[in-house]
Design a protein around this ligand. Structure first.
Ligand code: SF4
Length: 200
């Protein structure tokens, strides 16, 4: 897998390779792979855990209510068009019946994400939620609160963990802390001192 991912010379080649991937059991029930949304030219890549049914249906990550909230964070909060960031998931296939993917499945799929980060040229990677953050920082099963609130250096990019938008919809009291994480990411991207209003 790692060798297959490494030979992809651009994101389109990688997307096509992912579309044909049968490396783990998640391929058995999928309708289609969900590779990414946005071109990543702003230098930031958001990473969730796994696509859901709407995402699989449309082939794009983060749709529906949580996708709308993520769009607000990016556009109203960061002042960036959603099309200029890249949004993806650790897993490129939807788990059947939305079960939680196993650690083995995350491990098998990770070379695709690692190559995607490289090819996107992301300077800042923002994992959305505890499982994505634990995976990217190689600290699975670590509480999100131990991972967020700081800038982690991983290879040639920085990782700034924050909440899954789905959790923010359930618990809006976490939005303030999420906004602090996003401000940290903005500073790393050179977007200037945050002056914008926190997205509602
Ligand atoms: S989840 Fe990842 S490793 Fe598994 S089949 Fe899909 S693309 Fe391949």
């Amino acid at each position: 897998m790692r060798a297959r991912a490494a030979v992809a010379s651009d994101l389109e080649a990688l997307r096509l390779d992912v579309a044909g991937c049968t490396a783990c059991t998640l391929c058995a029930d999928r309708q289609r792979t969900v590779f990414a949304d946005g071109d990543g030219s702003a230098g930031v890549l958001f990473v969730g855990w796994a696509p859901g049914s709407l995402e699989e249906e449309q082939g794009k990550p983060f749709l529906g209510r949580s996708g709308k909230l993520l769009t607000d964070i990016i556009e109203k909060g960061m002042g960036l068009p959603r099309s200029k960031v890249m949004i993806t998931n650790v897993h490129k296939c939807r788990p059947a019946e939305d079960r939680d993917p196993t650690a083995a499945e995350a491990h098998i799929c990770s070379p695709w994400l690692e190559r995607q980060i490289e090819l996107s040229g992301a300077r800042v990677v923002v994992p959305l939620g505890e499982r994505a953050a634990g995976h990217l920082l190689r600290r699975p099963n670590t509480p999100l609160e131990s991972l967020r609130g700081q800038v982690h250096r991983v290879g040639g990019y920085k990782v700034i963990a924050t909440y899954d938008p789905a959790l923010l919809l359930e618990d809006p009291s976490k939005k303030r802390a999420c906004w602090a994480d996003i401000q940290r990411a903005m500073a790393e991207l050179g977007l200037g001192p945050p002056g914008q209003r926190s997205p509602k």
